[in-house]
Design a protein around this ligand. Structure first.
Ligand code: HEC
Length: 456
């Protein structure tokens, strides 16, 4: 703006200024060796290396250079790294934030704009060790190997076939009750990372009513409905492409009992070659003697007004919303939006008993490849009084502008297949009694006051 004004009034001066700034920008242009490689190491190479899930390696200059244009595009639109949560509304502190800072984005963009120069190879940081191809994310993040691993049998998917829902079950190898601290599902082999779209591990209870979520309501569920069934088979975890682990809040977890089973629901997709795939679940336990008192429940807060009903016309954008009442005081510890191919955006909002509204999280450019799980920082995990309504808004793009849309001419309804649609927000919750709720609010208030005092 200022430049334009100056150019209008002092043409000669601006010529000089432009030349000077062009010169400084060449002199200061970021280079791959010095400025870009450290960012790629920190934020990209976990996936962009041979044997990991990304299509190309971003380790050396030679490997990265051909992708410069695409890199600029993906990072400046915040599609890569796959961290799609809106950074201007809702909770902003996470345990697993992999996003780039604005400064890192600016550096990458400036590098590409300057012709993606290599710079002096002597400036390169020491290479990172390559990670094991199908390693647990929990191990990569330093939590050590899981205490218990349960592996499902595998399904041999032909090269071309309709989607399959594979539902085997396994015994839980425990002889005494144990509390789970963290849980992760992974496909049983590297190729299965291409075929398994999602995998859910349910706990088949013996008789443990406390394990069944009773803390939410959204209208009477018809007896023996699908929803009722799901409530009676509490989930240990829902995993989908791009998701890591669920780590329960300190002092909370899932109790597993001897004799219970794991029941799988694996959505497998044919990929043009025969692949055998199954899933494994890793359970990290609380040490004996440090068992927590509270359960954490995984809830799929619905984005639909009516159960199992969606009506998305061809070549259109559409919107649905769903409302769920919290019957207990509740902490929400994470957010994982779930859609299929037409899902575009999801917002989760709390409507408090006094009518006040608070946006919890918003993802504006949902991408089906990435069922990213946004895990809130302990101090940032939102907490609500009983009577709060969780309002999920969902937007769908069934036009040709949606790059993942297989056919904008199709009407789309509710269903399990990838070409059908659904919309819910997977969130882990912990319920608090009134005393615990008040204590937590007081603790948070004290913390913010101290932080404010320290700043002054
Ligand atoms: C969690 C794993 C992961 C991380 C971290 C990640 N990527 Fe990716 N990236 C992928 C996968 C998988 C794909 C292919 C699927 C897709 O496009 O979403 C991809 C696709 C891309 C593409 C598009 C390639 C094409 O076909 O045009 C670019 C460019 C890219 N990533 C750059 C980056 C950069 C730069 C970073 C770091 C700043 C990064 N990615 C971080 C997994 C990752």
């Amino acid at each position: 703006m200022r430049r334009v004004l100056m150019a209008a009034s002092f043409g000669g001066v601006i010529l000089f200024a432009a030349a000077a700034s062009a010169q400084t920008s060449t002199a200061a242009a970021p280079t791959f060796s010095k400025d870009i490689a450290p960012i790629f190491q920190a934020k990209c190479q976990a996936c962009h290396q041979p044997n990991s899930i990304a299509p190309m390696s971003l380790i050396s200059f030679a490997e990265s250079r051909p992708w410069a244009r695409s890199i600029k595009n993906r990072v400046s639109t915040r599609q890569m790294p796959p961290w799609h949560i809106d950074q201007s509304v809702g909770v902003q502190k996470f345990q697993n934030d992999m996003s780039l800072t604005q400064k890192q984005i600016d550096t990458i963009v400036a590098w590409v704009d300057a012709g993606a120069p290599q710079g002096d190879p002597k400036d390169l940081p020491k290479p990172l060790p390559l990670s094991n191809d199908n390693e647990w994310q929990g191990v990569k993040d330093g939590f050590g190997p899981p205490d218990i691993v349960v592996k499902s049998s595998e399904y041999k998917m032909p090269a071309n076939h309709q989607d399959v829902w594979y539902r085997p079950s396994n015994d839980l190898p425990i002889t005494e009750p144990r509390w789970v601290r963290m849980v992760e599902i992974r496909p049983s082999n590297l190729k299965a990372r291409k075929t398994i779209h999602h995998s859910i591990a349910y706990l088949l209870l013996n008789d443990d009513p406390d394990a069944v979520n009773q803390g939410t309501a959204n209208g009477p569920a018809p007896a023996a409905s699908r929803e009722d069934l799901v409530a009676r088979r509490p989930q240990l975890m829902e995993w989908a492409i791009g998701k890591g682990y669920d780590r329960f809040r300190e002092g909370t977890g899932k109790l597993i009992l001897p004799g219970e089973k794991i029941s799988w629901d694996q959505h497998i997709h044919a990929v043009g070659e025969e692949v055998s795939s199954g899933s494994e679940i890793g359970l990290w336990l609380y040490p004996k003697g440090q068992e927590p008192k509270k359960r954490s429940y995984l809830i799929g807060f619905t984005g639909l007004r009516e159960r199992g009903f969606l009506d998305i016309p061809p070549n259109s954008l559409s919107f649905t919303e769903g409302f769920t009442v919290l019957k207990e005081n509740t902490i929400i510890t994470n957010f994982q939006p779930h859609f299929h191919l037409r899902g575009k955006a999801m917002q989760v909002e709390a409507i408090l008993p006094d009518g006040a509204r608070q946006i919890i999280s918003y993802v504006g450019n949902f991408n089906f490849n990435w069922m990213t799980n946004y895990i809130y920082d302990d101090d940032a995990a939102p907490v609500f009084p009983k009577g709060t309504v969780i309002h999920v808004s969902a937007w769908y793009d069934n036009t040709r502008n949606n790059p993942t849309n297989p056919d904008p001419e199709q009407w789309v309804g509710y269903g399990d297949r990838t070409v059908d649609e659904m919309a819910h927000a997977w969130m882990n919750v912990v319920y608090l009694d009134d005393a615990e709720y008040k204590a937590l609010l007081a603790e948070r208030k004290a913390k913010t006051t101290t932080e404010r005092d320290q700043k002054q």
